[in-house]
Design a protein around this ligand. Structure first.
Ligand SMILES: [Zn+2]
Length: 122
């Protein structure tokens, strides 16, 4: 069973415990509602398309207990993006987020059919 982790105090709960608590952690954090997310519009100048870079706190560790609770990804109406970056801290997520926005702006990616892959981040 997946464990949900409070971003504020790091307490973990299983689904049934969370339901009993009405999604509220004792520290004041409300699951789903208080989830940290950051979204930045990004323009791919060379292709004239718009995308958005999204970073978020997942609340659930989808990395099999390795502790990667944060994720950065890219969305666009026009293209598919292949990259997903996982992070253990919000700070790492914010750093990566900024680098991805820059990489898109400065054309540091490769295009294959409708798929875009960001090359190595600075
Ligand atoms: Zn908490």
């Amino acid at each position: 069973m997946e464990l949900y982790r409070c971003e504020k105090c790091q307490t973990t709960y299983d689904e049934i415990e969370l339901e009993d608590l009405n999604n509220s952690c004792g520290c004041g954090y409300t699951f789903q509602q208080d989830k940290w997310t950051q979204e930045t519009p990004a323009r791919l100048k060379s292709l004239s398309i718009e995308a958005r870079v999204t970073s978020e706190y997942l609340e659930v560790d989808w990395s099999d207990g390795e502790g990667y609770y944060y994720m950065t990804s890219i969305f666009s109406e026009d293209m598919e993006f292949t990259n997903i970056w996982r992070h253990k801290t919000r700070e790492d997520a914010m750093n990566c987020h900024r680098k991805v926005v820059n990489a898109l702006y400065f054309g540091k990616f490769t295009v294959h059919d409708y798929e875009i892959t960001v090359s190595e981040l600075p």
